[in-house]
Ligand binder design. Sequence first.
Ligand SMILES: [Zn+2]
Length: 439
Amino acid sequence: MEDYLSQQNGGGTKTYYFAGGCFWGTEKKFSELKGVFETKVGYMGGSLKNPTYEQVSKGNTGHVETVLVKSNLSLKKLLQSFFSFHDYTSLDHQGPDIGPQYRAVFFYQGKNQLKIFQNFVKKYKNVKTKAYPVKEFYVAEDYHQMYSFQKPCKSLKTEDKQVFQKICKNNTKKAELKNYGKYLHNKDKGIYYCSCCGNELYHSKNQYDSGSGWPAFSKSFDESHLLYNPNNDELRCSSCGLHLGHRTFDGPTSTKIHDCINSVCLYFKKKKQKGGGSTKKLPHRKNIRNEKLEVCSKKPMTGYYRDGYCMTGPDDLGTHTVCAKMDKKFLQYTKKKGNDLSSVVKPGQKWCLCENRWNQAFLDGKSPKVVRGATNMRTKKSIQKNMRKSRVNVVTRKKKKGGGKTKKQFLYNPDDPKKSFDVYIDKNPKDTIPRFYEN
Ligand SMILES: [Zn+2]
């Protein structure tokens, strides 16, 4: 999926916003264009934050039903297509849909796009379609995304094409036969993908036997990869719109999620075993300094994996956790955020944090100190970048005070000379601090 997308997206992919009446039809038209990689329906133009479909449909919020289009086509090409399927001579009226929420609009980003639009419409007469500056785009409810259509399958991988056509395509209610699917009792470890587009849908570790006769999952690979319609419980693939199955809330975990999925709409890929061994040793127990990973905390027992490492499980390797030293400021902050940690952990103690939580605290200026020796090297780049930023601030502040203990040195990066940077070296060479390259 990733390879396919990055190949397809190339370098020049941009995001555009068009409104041309009911967003279901506009989305369908754009998603059929070759060179369009992603579409989403939503609301734009009003001032109400996070509007719902119900609010927008009243026609008095100022929002317009809008489609986000990610494409590497030129704006002119996209406008050509847009003008071929919407009625540009009509102001607040497209087909059967009447009201300002159905106004035809091109939301431009920057003067250049506005110019292109103005030049483009010169050859048309009586154009009522507006050009407005882009505003915040609010993604519409799941069940509006790719409503009533599905993308064609580029590389279909299914156990039974006939059943696939009947169940996964052109259907929202029926299911494959009970106790029929190939993956019902699958015991292998790996990932389940959408059989139509290759979108990651479920991890085998979240599969369980619900006794219903269909593959069941208690957690999705990523909720943004699914479209869930609470009105009819339907689950679809967010990338191609394929019907997958239904969600109920009688599952075995605390979320109660029970995704009942047709085996025929899935494609399973077994996880490759490194070295053929069956017991998996954690291969990346290294910290972000590329040394052996320290235990984050056993006292108190860490918030995540129960052997003291910052992980959510043995497969996770700490890719989204951060070992941090708690301080008063941060604990007070968690209280304010409605997720009080101060009853579990005391200032000075170490604790695993979700990296999103640390990043949020960083943005608010309340982030606790990261214990680098106990934070896994696989932690995402975003937190490492933010960590560097915070260290740079500290060091420059010290320097201005005339501390004089740190020494500046230029470090050349042979892999990417543009990313060469200055470092400040103090007593411990491990504490060298990369600075952002300034050009
Ligand atoms: Zn799909």
